[in-house]
Design a protein around this ligand. Structure first.
Ligand code: C2E
Ligand code: MG
Ligand code: MG
Ligand code: MG
Length: 286
């Protein structure tokens, strides 16, 4: 009886693993197809200067638009892309599409738009990011000074000297570097101090309960001061309310992005936001 139970439990368990593995394989196959069929596309979320309220650029956020299922979140497919190696072609695709788009905006007179692109740990640590980026910048003509690469703390956990070398090479090309989701990883302050960074992005979870939560107030203030003392700019992610924005402005945070101003939008909508800003600048009474 006990033995039978054991066997049942075992077979139940292994069946469910098989199902999970099968689902994973299926999703991976669908993702390969999506790449081939051009179902991946970049969305753009405005990033603003907190003092002037001007759009200074956008974070590039990948979307998988399936003809049947609609929009599939990157939280579903980026981890799969990372474990299957598909992140390499996907990462190049994002870099290429975004730089091409950025250059088209530049030519259309929507100038000096900064594009911040997410780079996975695997891409960052593969050793050819500098060369691939150089090639794409040359092919597209996009200004490296308008390109920012976002990496998370865990991407920087490899060999310290290798990490710093990669970062220095990217910066020597004129590219800016941001640390994403700051405060959720394990990087020490001693290490942070050595990193050639331009921007520190405060993770959304420290913003969401502002301004009420006192612990989050202290954390946000501490991160902003830390960033400024290290001569980095600081951007708050996930700003959803006027009160959060007011608090961050008071604390001298430099930039923000979040649903309060805009969700990530397709390229055409982002261009429309830029045109609207330009019209307002030219005719402030409109
Ligand atoms: P992330 O880089 O930290 O991006 C910020 C996420 O917060 C985005 O989710 C964005 O849509 C969301 N967000 C922005 N403002 C708000 C807000 O006010 N409230 C709330 N609740 N959420 C907000 P998204 O687009 O679903 O992307 C999730 C993650 O997927 C990204 O986190 C990033 O880690 C990854 N990802 C997205 N695109 C790419 C890509 O092209 N390459 C790589 N390697 N990763 C990507
Ligand atoms: Mg990001
Ligand atoms: Mg983030
Ligand atoms: Mg994130």
């Amino acid at each position: 009886r006990a033995k039978a139970d054991g066997r049942n439990t075992y077979s139940f368990y292994s069946d469910s693993l098989t199902l999970q593995a099968r689902q994973r394989l299926l999703l991976e196959q669908r993702l390969r197809n999506a790449i081939k069929q051009n179902h991946l596309t970049c969305y753009y979320q405005p990033q603003l200067d907190i003092t002037s309220g001007r759009i200074i650029g956008a974070e590039v956020l990948l979307r998988w638009i399936d003809p049947v299922d609609g929009i599939i979140s990157p939280d579903t497919f980026i981890p799969l892309a990372e474990s299957s190696g598909l992140i390499h072609p996907i990462g190049l695709f994002v870099l290429q599409q975004a730089c091409r788009q950025g250059q088209a905006w530049q030519i259309a007179g929507l100038s000096n738009i900064n594009l911040a692109i997410n780079v996975s740990a695997q891409q960052f640590n593969k050793g050819d990011l500098q060369h691939q980026t150089t090639r794409i910048l040359q092919e597209t003509g996009f200004n490296p000074a308008c390109l920012e690469l976002e990496v998370t703390e865990n991407a920087l956990m490899g060999d310290e000297e290798d990490v710093i070398k990669t970062m220095m090479e990217l910066r020597a090309m004129g590219i800016k570097l941001a640390i994403d989701d700051f405060g959720t990883g394990y990087s020490s302050l001693a290490y942070l101090k050595r990193l050639p960074l331009d921007v520190l992005k405060i993770d959304r979870r420290f913003i969401e309960n502002l301004p009420e939560a006192e612990d989050d107030q202290s954390i946000a203030k501490a991160i902003i001061d830390l960033a400024h003392n290290l001569r980095f700019k600081v951007l708050a992610e996930g700003v959803e309310t006027a009160e959060q924005l007011a608090f961050l402005r008071q604390q001298s945070c430099d930039y923000y992005q979040g649903y309060f101003f805009s969700k990530p939008v397709p390229a055409s909508e982002f261009a429309e936001l830029l045109r609207k800003q330009r019209r307002l600048q030219q005719n402030p009474t409109d």
